[in-house]
Design a protein around this ligand. Structure first.
Ligand SMILES: Cc1ncc(C[n+]2csc(CCOP(=O)(O)OP(=O)(O)O)c2C)c(N)n1
Ligand SMILES: [Mg+2]
Length: 394
């Protein structure tokens, strides 16, 4: 397909004011809320093995989120972010990629990382910041990263990853290796300047990037209705000269198909695509948040009926690919694995304090050495306050 150039400006003597909602994008959905398929809908080519892998990953993430939220409440980890209700968005999209494609996350896409093969042990090591954590305990819990799985380390400042993805995808285009970058962000992060810079650059340089917006209705306590006046995020693509898809983020089959098509466009035609996945953050923003202060139980209940995992399970059962009993048993075995890994990771020592400056620079600069010595002297002075580290800084 030839590249679509921006149309030439037409001249008119008639004053035209474009209405604010000139672009109104429908939401692509295959599975209805009750798990049945829309009449005449063409389903993606998903075999039993792939479907069950997607479902098992959803179950695993649901359990991981539930247990680790509880572990934070018990004081065992310092912080956690749940993706409850949004599992289909991250897992369905990750499943549509090739392993060589780069994923850049915001922080609520543990499903994509698990789908890529991040083990329960690796999740736990990061969450407990122990010495086996790939990031050596330097990041807050949930800020995962894994070079071996092509999953870029997560940054807390919102929007950071969006221009990075445009740049990374430009590199992929230059290398000619037929891979793409998929970058996740929330609808709240789409209010950052980095969103504009990243999407504009990607459109101008025609890079193989998929901008995957999880519109889950909230940025902490701010509802989407108070974040922007337009029809969500997808129509913004038009302003950049970029393709857009709006998809039901709670329908894993639709997310899979939408991302597959976006990937095809990105890689075969070097054209970025913006996907807006409509969903709902069923949990609080993080363990530091209490949503009862800003939304009603009624609102939450309405979304429970649109829940992605039960919907997918109904479809799988109708296909004859799983039974409700087998699904329950699988959930129980995920629970066992999560609890065992949690207990194990908790016992692993924290990284040695020297690791705080190792491999930050190739050769640590003098001021870092000085600061490390000051820190060690402080720990030696107050060993009781640092029981996990003091033994090893004698
Ligand atoms: C630059 C910046 N500003 C503010 C914050 C604080 N903050 C963390 S998460 C968040 C809300 C983000 O909402 P959204 O992008 O919709 O993602 P969601 O949490 O809904 O998945 C805010 C304001 C931050 N991390 N970085
Ligand atoms: Mg949000």
């Amino acid at each position: 397909m030839a590249k679509e150039k921006a149309p030439k400006t037409q001249v008119t003597s008639e004053l035209t004011v474009i209405p604010p909602h000139a672009v109104n994008i429908p939401m692509f959905q295959l599975l209805k809320d009750d798990g049945t398929v829309h009449k005449g809908a063409k389903l993606p080519d998903i075999d039993k093995e792939l479907a069950l892998k997607m479902f098992s990953t959803m179950q695993f993430i649901r359990l991981l989120d539930e247990r680790m939220f509880a572990a934070q409440r018990q004081g065992r980890i310092s912080f956690y972010l749940s993706s409850l209700g949004e599992e289909a968005a991250s897992i369905g999209s990750a499943a549509a990629l090739k392993f060589e494609d780069m994923i850049m996350g915001q922080y609520r896409e543990q499903g994509a990382l698990a789908y890529r093969g991040f083990t329960v042990k690796q999740f736990m090591n990061q969450l407990f910041s122990n010495e086996q954590d790939l990031g050596k305990g330097r990041q807050m819990p949930v800020h995962y990263g894994c070079a071996a799985l092509n999953f870029m380390t997560i940054s807390s400042p919102l929007g950071t990853q969006i221009p990075q993805a445009a740049g990374y995808a430009y590199g992929q285009k230059q290398s000619g290796d037929k891979t793409c970058t998929l970058v996740y962000f929330g609808e709240g992060a789409a209010s950052e300047g980095d969103f504009h810079a990243g999407l504009n650059m990607a459109a101008v340089f025609e890079v193989p990037a998929i901008f995957f917006c999880r519109n889950n209705g909230y940025a902490i306590s701010t509802p989407a209705s108070e974040q922007f006046a337009g029809d969500g995020i997808a129509p913004r693509a038009t302003g950049y000269g970029m393709r857009a898809i709006r998809v039901d983020g709670n329908d894993i089959l639709a997310v899979y198909q939408a991302t597959q098509e976006a990937r095809r466009l990105a890689v075969e035609e070097n054209t970025p695509v913006l996907i807006e996945a409509m969903s709902y953050r069923m949990a609080g923003h993080s363990t530091s948040d209490d949503p009862t202060g800003y939304r009603t139980k009624d609102e939450e209940a309405q979304w429970r009926d649109k829940e992605p995992m039960v919907r997918f399970q109904k479809w799988l059962v109708a296909q004859g690919w799983i039974t409700d009993e087998a699904a329950e048993q699988q959930m129980a075995s995920h629970k066992e694995a999560v609890l065992a890994a949690l207990k194990e990771a908790e016992k692993v020592p924290v990284p040695h304090v020297d690791e705080i400056i190792s491999d930050v620079y190739d050769t640590p600069i003098p001021i870092l050495h000085e600061q490390l010595e000051t820190l060690k002297a402080h720990i030696r002075n107050y060993p009781d306050a640092y029981p996990a580290t003091s033994e090893r800084v004698k």
